[in-house]
Design a binder for this molecule. Sequence first.
Ligand code: HEC
Ligand code: HEC
Ligand code: HEC
Ligand code: HEC
Length: 188
Amino acid sequence: MQRNEGRRNRQEERSRAGRIRPGAVLLLLLAGFSMLVFAYLFHVQMHRKIGPKQPIPFSHRLHAGVKAINCRFCHPFVARSARAGIPAVAKCLYCHNYIIRNHPWIQEEHRYYETGEPVPWKRLFIVGDHVQFRHQPHILLKGFDCSECHGAVETMDRLPHHEFKMGFCIDCHRKNDAPVSCWLTCHN
Ligand code: HEC
Ligand code: HEC
Ligand code: HEC
Ligand code: HEC
């Protein structure tokens, strides 16, 4: 009797193990799904490259991406000078006197405008002190796209902090037969 029962129990156990339990399937699906979500969020995060907080949460993704405002409307000196220039708040108000004018961040823009205090934007793209970089020859003479050096800015809400390495400059100069011999004399 007892031996028979033992055998039956073992048989039941075996058949239970062989069956696919719906709970387990659900768990697997859930694990797979959350992995997908995680991968997606990670991708978005990397893509947008969250940088330091700025005094006004200005988004390049919204302005240069979704609204397709030209880079040079806000950075007008890029083809004729060393520096591209950061727009004064008056330029923001050119639109924002009409668009979402009561938004709290636009009120903050008005405060800067009225006090004449420049917006303390954090500097993000940096070259070493001893390196001389000018936008003009790269943009005007060679027509390089902004993304060659700054990445896909129009996809980023907050731009990253980035320090250029000398190797990055030299690699591109070699590829384009641009001066590398003058490298030392260019530092001054
Ligand atoms: C509506 C105005 C506007 C447009 C359009 C715009 N920018 Fe900007 N840009 C700004 C402002 C304001 C800042 C400073 C705040 C910040 O860093 O987000 C800035 C900062 C930057 C910086 C970082 C500067 C630093 O501190 O080193 C880069 C690089 C840049 N913009 C490139 C671009 C490129 C490339 C485009 C086009 C794809 C573009 N911008 C379009 C307003 C604009
Ligand atoms: C050419 C027009 C134009 C200029 C110039 C412009 N913006 Fe905008 N901005 C827009 C539009 C369009 C929107 C989207 C408004 C909406 O949500 O309906 C917007 C939205 C915003 C928002 C709200 C974003 C949010 O999350 O709700 C902020 C903040 C902002 N802009 C800041 C700035 C700053 C700072 C500048 C100057 C450096 C600037 N804008 C220059 C057109 C402009
Ligand atoms: C060949 C590389 C290169 C290209 C192409 C390039 N930049 Fe730059 N950009 C730099 C470097 C390097 C700096 C940092 C310069 C410094 O710290 O003196 C910089 C700084 C900036 C700044 C911040 C300070 C200032 O006023 O210059 C802005 C804004 C900017 N770039 C916008 C642009 C835009 C817009 C374009 C495309 C029209 C562009 N850049 C194309 C290399 C580049
Ligand atoms: C996308 C390719 C590319 C990158 C990246 C690049 N350069 Fe250049 N650079 C060039 C080319 C091509 C020229 C030659 C332009 C000409 O015909 O005068 C040049 C010219 C120069 C010159 C000489 C012209 C002048 O008087 O300013 C200097 C200095 C210079 N680059 C510095 C830099 C520095 C510093 C960096 C890195 C922060 C850099 N470049 C990144 C392609 C590049």
